[in-house]
Design a protein around this ligand. Structure first.
Ligand code: ADP
Ligand code: MG
Length: 240
């Protein structure tokens, strides 16, 4: 694989502690994500996929090991650098969308961009940000639902809104944790098609985590999680 390394995790260990008992989840895991392709990580429920996702997103820290974003060590970076990494460099989508119920679709897409800004900056940039949020909703085919709240949207629409939100900052990498895990087969297929389009037309690099072999096999590269590590990369499954 010659393309640029976007994200690399080296020799990652992570355990949880429950009633003073150590529960090892990741045991010396290595993974590398290359620019411009869809990489899938497939593993059974409980194999540590979400744990890894949280580490890669710097929402949690490994017990041991290192994580690099474009060659820069990120797991032990300063809080402000990690905030910037999460808010600007990567986008994240989850199985259960994590949209704010009291906000409309367009406000949900806008919210992360506007939070943390000074009042002055907020008023200065809000019009342009709103235009971009609408453009992102349009990109995912959801502009007609811009003023709807999450309770008024279907699962597929909620995931489209979450994808639009993740795209707001034009991230280098999209992390997707079971993005179709809560959707029926047809709706899930539509979301996968959208992600594939974002990869092929817009060049978005995607790391997708799934328990579903059929979904993983649609990726360009597929790794399997087993016993807290990744099995050798299965032959790159090139999308036709
Ligand atoms: P997956 O996403 O592959 O289903 P997870 O990463 O969510 O797996 O969980 C891996 C293992 O770690 C599971 O056995 C789970 O019960 C355990 N686990 C996850 N989160 C915690 C936690 N906060 N405290 C204790 N154990 C946890
Ligand atoms: Mg999970």
């Amino acid at each position: 694989m010659n393309s640029e390394s976007v994200l690399q995790a080296r020799d990652i260990f992570k355990s949880y502690h429950k009633d003073r008992i150590e529960v090892p989840v990741l045991r010396g895991l290595d993974v590398e994500v290359h620019a411009g392709i869809v990489t899938a990580l497939v593993g059974r429920s409980g194999s540590g996929k979400s744990t890894l996702m949280h580490l890669l997103a710097t929402l949690d820290q490994p017990d041991q090991g290192e994580i690099y974003f474009r060659g820069e060590r990120i797991d032990n970076a300063s809080r402000s650098r990690r905030d910037c990494y999460r808010n600007r460099d990567i986008g994240i989508i989850f199985q259960f969308y994590h949209l704010l119920p009291e906000l409309s679709a367009v406000e949900n897409v806008l919210a992360p961009t506007m939070i943390g800004q000074s009042v002055w900056n907020y008023f200065r940039t809000r019009k342009e940000a709103r235009r971009r949020a609408e453009a992102m909703l349009d990109r995912v085919g959801l502009l007609h639902r811009a003023s709807h709240r999450p309770t008024e949207m279907s699962g597929g629409e909620l995931q489209r809104a979450a994808i639009a939100r993740a795209l707001m900052t034009d991230p280098t990498l999209l992390l997707a944790d079971e993005p179709t895990g809560n959707l029926d087969t047809d709706t899930g297929r539509d979301i996968l098609k959208l992600l594939s389009e974002l990869n092929q037309c817009d060049g978005l690099t995607i790391l997708m985590i799934t328990h579903d072999d059929a979904i993983a096999e649609g990726a360009d590269v597929c790794h399997r999680m087993l016993d807290g590590k990744l099995e050798e990369t299965t032959a790159a499954l090139q999308v036709a």
